[in-house]
Design a protein around this ligand. Sequence first.
Ligand SMILES: [Zn+2]
Length: 671
Amino acid sequence: MTADFVRRLGGAVAFVFSCSCVAAILSSSLTNAAEKYARTQAVNKNVQISREQIAAGCAKLPSHPRLLMTPDAIANARNRIESDECWRLYYDALKNRGIRQMTAPPVERVLEGKRLLGVSRDALGRICRWSFLYQYTGERDYAARVEQEALAIADFSDWNPSHFLDVAEMTTAMAIGYDVCYDALSDDSREKIRNAIWDKGVLQSLKSNHWWKRNTANWNQVCSCGTLYGALAIIDELDPERRELAIDAILDSVNGVTWSMSSYAPDGNYTEGPGYWAYGTSFNTLLLDALTISFGTDFGRSDAPGFLNTIDYFEHVFGSTGDAFNYPDSGGGKIFEATAFWFARKLNDASVTWNESAAFISALQLSRKDSDARPGARTFHSLTADRLAVCALLWGVEIGSDLSALTPPSSLGYVGLGNKRCCVALFRTKWSEEGAYLGIKCGAPNSPHGHMDEGGFVYEDGGVRWVVELGPENYHRIESRGMNLWSSSQDSDRWKILRYNNYGHSVPTVNGAMQRVDGVTSFVETRIGGAGEASYAIIDLTPVYRDELESATRKATLNPDGSLVIEDVFTAKKDKAATIERRFIVRDTVALDSDSALMTQKSPRRPDRSITKRVEFSATVANALTLSPCETANEFDSKNPGVSALVERSQLAPGEQARYTTTFAPFELDE
Ligand SMILES: [Zn+2]
């Protein structure tokens, strides 16, 4: 089932589903993920919520705190902390962080370019930590610090409504502080904070028909959540006129969030990649949590097709090294996401927190100075850095302290079609740091945050990443040069940037042309192998090369021995020759031979030894290999130290077809 379109009817948003046989067939042949949670297959017939339902619920709201930190949630946190060493150390780190921040001055209204977002996020982190510590310990110093922070924020001239995420995160922060510390606030403070939440938060959302209210990306989730939190925190104390408007705001959020939730269908993968998954989905689960607490139901929102499956996507989008397949604008590094625990509780399936649990146990090993600690493991202090870190405690599940006793996800792969404009295949040979991993994508460059990376991939084996994705450029740095970063038209400035165009990705370039931004590439066939079996994906790349080639396909096969084979078949147009560059963005030392390359990195477990991987190229036409730093002379492009572009060049005559095979052999550990 696919959410084909959403339309606004009167005051409510109606979801219209239509059964697409093609989508259904593709879905069933490509992945079994959709079958895992049968409940998500129930099409949401009750998705249109009426104003009367919201008004009735608002007439009998639970008392404070009703946002996140209810007595039940605090009791769950206490249970975890008192019974599990990992959770206790996590709590200790979070508390230390909160105590250290107590002496810092309150945040100030200082913009970075057009954004106040950094300040809003800082405020959200502080207020969440102190509010939690107040509820958990009962010590009023924490509530007093929340009060001081909230009064300072209430004095801001505004929360920067021209960039609404800033308002949304600030409103969320203020709502949580007000709600959770309510009984410790003076009457004057309550009134001032309440008025600020209304005037600078909820009212700003109601004032305009904001573009994000009918948008399928992360803004819709974050801004819907902010409005909902603001309204729920204060609605029972508003005058009758404002109260009616607050009901409108809640209705707007509950019905509006279905726009972004429709983008998880059918399999749960996230168009904007794991970084934005973490952002959008976190606020989406905050929203669902608040609905469930305040109204006793999330109005069936979590049953939206693909939504509960999305945690499968999120677990699989991390490689064996613990680093994410960081397409398109996702930062690198190891994400630890509190939201995973919300899904674990909802699904009663702790295996969906495999990555987070592994991070916990690695942090435990680090704290014990255990030599088994995973290379690059994060400390508990690092894991509590996120502004929503307290949510892990509120939603926590039992972890234990033995990695080998954890149950990993049942499948070695995941294939997600998303809305067909950003599809991923994620394969591994086993759930351990030694396993090989391939993440490959297709879709269209003009999808939200899209890059010209169709057919691009990351590859890991032996505990290191060999083929890399460079991630985003610094938005503010590009914008401050007057470049248009956010247009994805074919001639946009966006495509001058190395990290966004063909040349910064492991994809072909033909006749020096950029991938067509409106070409929609897709999986022709995929297979998720079981233990000891190969997994593969075949992609039709023709739509993004349609001006230069008659056809282009790529097959990527991850073998059980950890080797990876990339097979491309290109056919030139009848009236046009084609200069082909098959580019691979690789890390660390590379030595080149006539038809092969030898890549070398330090062994993550044995830094005194090196780990090597041979890459062999064969083609049915004459080819030549070159190697160069992956950078340009443009001052707006970041340097990419240690990263090289390994390029195989060849020439096709008009009408000629060629087959190219590149084999990344299993790794070897050198003496
Ligand atoms: Zn990219």
